[in-house]
Ligand binder design. Sequence first.
Ligand code: ADP
Ligand code: MG
Length: 149
Amino acid sequence: MQLLEQTYNLNDIDAAASRLWSAVKQYRLITLTGDLGAGKTTLVSALGRHLQIDDAVSSPTFALVNEYTMYQEGKKYPLYHIDWYRLRNEKDAFAAGMEEYIEDAMHGRCWCIIEWPDKAHALLQRPWVAVYIGTNEDGTRTMTVNAEV
Ligand code: ADP
Ligand code: MG
């Protein structure tokens, strides 16, 4: 089910992140797919600003998981920014404890944003939201957002 499609550049990425959050916040698990350089980390940074995260959002590629504190309707929640780029498969993801983050998300205890979800697709649990970012010829990005329910 398509929730949103929008084209944006760096000048209006904060508005794009705000629209994205409005469309997806009822879901706890969000996947982010796009080529290297598509703008995945940049989008998570913009979401971080929208969610009033204090720490600057960086790429989790070397950490696998970056934990932030976010605020939603006056309450504090962990936001896990997870990058499966360096995992090979579900076995790696399971060994790294990834199913626990997903369980927490399913129980409403946190939000998870996972880059490179296809590395361990079988670990995902419905419902989740899949965000795809593509680069256009003029350098703008188009994101397509689907709910997998
Ligand atoms: P990824 O994490 O997908 O590899 P990055 O977030 O590191 O990609 O972004 C790669 C480059 O693309 C950065 O230089 C960033 O400034 C630029 N970029 C990201 N989003 C946009 C956008 N919407 N419009 C134009 N440039 C963008
Ligand atoms: Mg990145």
